[in-house]
Design a protein around this ligand. Structure first.
Ligand SMILES: *[C@@H]1O[C@H](CO)[C@@H](O)[C@H](O)[C@H]1NC(C)=O
Length: 326
C-alpha cells in the first residue's frame, strides 16, 4: 500500500514537471519571435577581411584613406552633415548580414537595391536577377529599412559594427544619367520640374516642353542646375553624395566605383559571406558609358562646366574624380 502511494506521487510529480517544462518552452518560443531568434552575425570587422584578395583589400584601403584625408581637410566647409539632423536619407540596412549601403538614384541604384532586397530575404534569391522592373522595386521599398528609422542607439550600434558600402560614379556622368532618365525625350516622370526648366531656361521651348510631354535640352538642364543654390536640397537625382550619403560622417569601409562595380560588389558579398548564394553580374554597366556621357558635355561651354563642377567638386575630390578629360 505504501509503495503504491509513493508510485502515485512519483507519477504525479513527473507529469507536473513535464507540463511545466512544456509551458515554459512555449512561453519562450511562442510569443517573442524577435528576441529568441537573433539574426546570424556574419560580417565581422576583423575576420571577414581575411576572406578577400589582398589586392582588392589594399585598393579599398587606398580609396578609404583618400576619402578620409579629404574629409579631414574640409571638415569646416562640409555642411552636409551639420545642416541636417539625423542620418542621411539613402542609407539602407540589412540586419541579417550586417550591411549598411548607401544606394542613391542613378548609381546603378536599381541593381544595388535589387541586391539589397535579395539580401534582406524579402525577395526570392533565385529570382533576384529577374526582379527588375522599376515599379516592382518601388513597391518593395517598404521592406528595406533605412538607418534613419532606427533609434539613435540602434543606428550608432549598426554604424560601428556593420559593413558600410557606398557606390560612386563620376558626378557629371551621374548628371547625364539622371538627365537621360528623367528629363530627356518623351515620357519622363518628373513633369513639374521639366515644365519649370522649359519655361525659364529653354530659349525656344516647344509646346510639348511647356506641357511636360517632352523633355528639355541638356543645356537648359545645366542652366537650371547652375541657377540652384547648392546649399539647398536638390532633387535626389542630382543631389550631392555629401548630402545623400554623408561620407565624412559614415566612414564607409567599401567604396565601390561604377567602373568596377562587378568586382567591388562581388567582393562585398564575400565580406558578408553571401558570395556562394548571390553573384552580382559583372558586365551589368548602365547605359551611359564613358563615351556616351562625355558627348553630352561637348556642346556645353567651358564656363558652364566649371560652374556646375563647383556644385560637385567635393564629391569629386572625395572619390578621386577629375575634370581632366575636358
Ligand atoms: C586617383 O586617381 C589617379 C588617376 O586618375 C590615380 O593615379 C590615383 O592612384 C588615384 N588615387 C586613389 C587614392 O585611388
Amino acid at each position: 500500500m505504501d509503495a503504491l502511494k509513493k508510485l502515485q506521487w512519483f507519477v504525479f510529480g513527473a507529469v507536473l514537471m513535464s507540463c511545466l517544462q512544456l509551458w515554459l518552452r512555449r512561453k519562450q518560443t511562442g510569443t517573442d519571435l524577435g528576441c529568441s531568434n537573433p539574426p546570424p552575425r556574419i560580417y565581422d570587422r576583423h575576420s571577414s577581411w581575411l576572406n578577400v584578395p589582398k589586392i582588392w583589400r589594399e585598393e579599398m584601403e587606398r580609396r578609404v584613406k583618400h576619402m578620409e584625408t579629404v574629409c579631414r581637410e574640409t571638415t569646416h566647409s562640409v555642411d552636409g552633415s551639420s545642416a541636417r539632423t539625423g542620418f542621411p536619407p539613402m542609407l539602407y540596412v540589412d540586419d541579417r548580414h550586417r550591411l549598411i549601403m548607401c544606394s542613391m538614384p542613378k548609381v546603378g541604384c536599381t541593381n544595388g537595391k535589387r541586391l539589397l532586397y535579395a539580401l534582406t530575404g524579402n525577395v526570392d534569391m533565385k529570382s533576384f536577377h529577374n526582379f527588375g522592373s522599376g515599379k516592382k522595386v518601388v513597391s518593395y521599398k517598404r521592406f528595406l529599412p533605412r538607418l534613419s528609422q532606427y533609434s539613435p542607439f540602434g543606428a550608432k550600434l549598426r554604424l560601428e559594427t556593420y559593413l558600410k558600402v557606398i557606390v560612386v560614379r563620376h558626378p557629371l556622368e551621374r548628371l547625364v544619367s539622371a538627365y537621360r532618365g528623367k528629363l530627356e525625350g518623351k515620357g519622363h516622370p518628373i513633369t513639374g520640374e521639366a515644365i519649370y526648366i522649359a519655361k525659364r531656361f529653354e530659349t525656344n521651348p516647344t509646346p510639348g516642353m511647356l506641357t511636360g510631354k517632352e523633355g528639355v535640352s541638356f543645356q537648359a538642364f545645366i542652366d537650371y542646375l547652375n541657377s540652384l543654390d547648392p546649399n539647398k536640397d536638390y532633387n535626389n537625382h542630382w543631389e550631392s553624395y555629401i548630402r545623400l550619403c554623408d561620407p565624412c560622417q559614415i566612414h564607409y569601409d567599401v567604396i565601390a566605383r561604377l567602373e568596377s562595380q562587378g568586382t567591388d560588389l562581388n567582393m562585398m558579398l564575400k565580406l558578408i559571406g553571401m558570395d556562394d548564394k548571390l553573384t552580382y553580374p559583372e558586365g551589368d554597366l548602365p547605359a551611359s558609358s564613358s563615351a556616351v556621357w562625355k558627348k553630352y558635355f561637348t556642346k556645353i561651354s567651358q564656363s558652364d562646366i566649371r560652374k556646375i563642377w563647383q556644385h560637385y567638386e567635393l564629391d569629386a575630390r572625395l572619390f578621386n574624380f577629375t575634370l581632366d578629360w575636358y
